[in-house]
Design a protein around this ligand. Structure first.
Ligand SMILES: [Zn+2]
Length: 264
């Protein structure tokens, strides 16, 4: 059975970007340090696959290419205990949770390096107020219909694509820290916000693939090559759309103070 393993560089980047700490929010323990004798470096961390490296593995996603399975974006840095936990109970730890933990830990590390305040809102009114600003921004980005019927003429209008770009610009990278008005600060809601942002980024990447989509001043349309080609372009965008839509639905529940505590 083939395994799409991470390269050593990818593993090192995953660890370095989160300061060699387990990204599982309740843990955050150091995974590297000198041995007692001081002459070796001890590592108890793992570059965990978010979706498995091989068939039948936890959270395996057959729709990914081997490159996507080996990519940095498919990894999360976890201590040995939590790398085991997420693989033994994969149904309790969906890909969105693991992705969110890694992104949040990277944001914490980035904030510290840039000297940005890490004081985060934690009360329900503060979380709700941040989400009340974030949800409309993200909703505009998916304000178009994805229907499986008659997709031959399927088009994504310009306005939602502009909204996608606005969301990425305003709610990611250096801007995206606990002082941001849309930043909910709570690790449960924040991991969902991070997931929405990274999935919308993926949608932009998909639409930018000129072998699959053509664009003009009105928007983006599926480029016609063959039926299977069009299906693939349509289905990958639809999958991302569905994930953003359902995560926004969960965030609306949190905003109203009706959180579903079953998942991170
Ligand atoms: Zn851990």
């Amino acid at each position: 059975m083939t395994r799409d393993n991470f390269s050593d560089i990818t593993k090192l980047r995953l660890a370095l970007n989160v300061r060699f700490m387990c990204v599982y929010p309740p843990c955050q323990k150091a995974t590297h340090g000198p041995s007692l004798s001081g002459d070796t470096l001890i590592n108890i961390g793992n570059a965990a696959h978010i979706t498995a490296a091989s068939t039948n593995g936890p959270r395996y996603d057959a729709s990914l290419t081997p490159e996507q399975r080996r990519a940095y974006e498919n990894g999360a840095w976890l201590c040995a205990t939590h790398a085991t936990l997420v693989d033994r109970a994969p149904e309790d730890f969906p890909p969105s949770a693991l992705q969110g933990w890694q992104r949040s830990a990277e944001a914490r590390a980035c904030n510290d390096v840039y000297g940005v305040s890490t004081a985060a809102p934690t009360t329900q009114p503060e979380i709700s107020s941040a989400l009340a600003k974030f949800i409309p921004l993200a909703s505009k980005a998916i304000d178009f219909r994805m229907t499986t019927f008659f997709f031959a003429g399927f088009q994504v209008p310009k306005e939602p694509v502009n909204a996608m770009q606005r969301l990425i610009r305003e709610c990611s990278g250096y801007h995206w820290h606990p002082g941001h008005p849309c930043h909910s600060g709570n690790h449960v809601t924040l991991s969902k916000q991070d997931y929405v942002i990274s999935t919308i980024r993926q949608m932009i990447d998909l639409l930018s693939d000129k072998t699959r989509w053509v664009s003009d001043h009105t928007g983006y349309a599926v480029a016609y090559a063959s039926e299977s080609h069009m299906n693939a372009a349509f289905e990958s965008l639809k999958k991302a759309y569905g994930e953003v839509d359902s995560t926004l639905h969960e965030l609306r529940q949190y905003m109203r103070g009706q959180p579903n505590y079953s998942a991170y």
